[in-house]
Design a protein. Structure first.
Length: 280
């Protein structure tokens, strides 16, 4: 029988965090589950006992992030996998969003994830092994109107994680950026919004707003299959830098990368023209 794996997961009240927690406990693993309302996991605690360690955490509270990570390692000894899953999104054009909403997106998705990783790394290095799964999105490499601040946080955390992955590889620690596509997890329904500006009605921002309102914005992915794919990746021992999950992620990111590369190539001559003459 395989040795149980111990996981530390943020944002476990719903969505991928809750699904991962359920899946892992059902197969006999241990989970340190963090969330803002611990009572949301009372049913799982009653069923699984001390294999589920639960505590309150808002990842925007940096000091508490460090305390909770330390407490989890103390309580559980070894933690094999860190899953940065907690997230917040605001659905609004860049003019419509309030300053408070912008700060919360960055504090949660970017700074919160950064601090969880920073808090965990000393323990993972001491162990000499470990995995980090950073939950991002197709919007970590592609963009959609009305998600500008969400993209800012996800593009930022992906750049951070690319750097971290190279720095920690010598310590036996792997990092994978997981990029789910549009999935019916309830996250879309929890997106924060802002008063709309009529000036954007006839723009791509208005088109996406109407598509979400009338249900034509597709959600093609199965959330349970995405959670299972994340577990399967860890079980396999592979640690790719990115794991795209969903046909929309694969297609949209491929299209974005292809367009960016084509534009990049179009600037070849001007890029080379500004070098010192002896470097051309």
């Amino acid at each position: 029988m395989p040795t149980p794996t111990t996981w530390f997961i943020t944002g476990t009240s719903s969505g991928f965090g809750r699904l991962l927690t359920e899946l892992l406990l059902a197969r006999g693993d241990r989970v340190a589950a963090t969330l803002r309302w611990p009572e949301a996991l009372d049913d799982l605690r009653a069923e699984h006992g001390d294999r589920l360690w639960v505590t309150r955490l808002d990842v925007t509270d940096t000091a508490r992030v460090h305390r909770v990570v330390a407490d989890a390692f103390t309580a559980l000894g070894t933690i094999d996998v860190i899953v940065n899953n907690a997230g917040y999104g605001v659905f609004a054009s860049v003019e419509e969003a309030a300053d408070e909403q912008i700060r919360r997106v960055i504090d949660t998705n970017l700074l919160g994830s950064i601090h969880v990783i920073r808090a965990a790394l000393p323990y993972l290095r001491a162990q000499g092994h470990g995995r980090i799964l950073q939950v991002s999105t197709a919007g970590g490499q592609a963009t959609y109107p009305n998600f500008g601040y969400y993209h800012a946080s996800k593009w930022g955390i992906e750049g951070f994680c690319e750097t971290v992955a190279r720095e920690i590889a010598p310590f036996g620690i792997g990092l994978t950026i997981v990029e789910p596509g549009a999935t019916p997890t309830g996250f879309g329904g929890s997106l924060d919004t802002a008063p709309t500006m009529p000036e954007y009605d006839g723009t791509p921002a208005g088109d996406v707003r109407r598509a979400i309102a009338d249900g034509s914005f597709g959600l093609p992915n199965d959330p349970r299959k995405i959670a299972a794919a994340m577990v399967d990746l860890v079980d396999s021992g592979a640690a790719p830098l990115r794991l795209p999950l969903g046909p929309d992620t694969f297609d949209d990111v491929r299209a974005a990368l292809t367009a960016r590369l084509a534009e990049h190539e179009s600037h070849r001559e001007v890029a080379r023209s500004v070098a010192h003459d002896d470097r051309v």
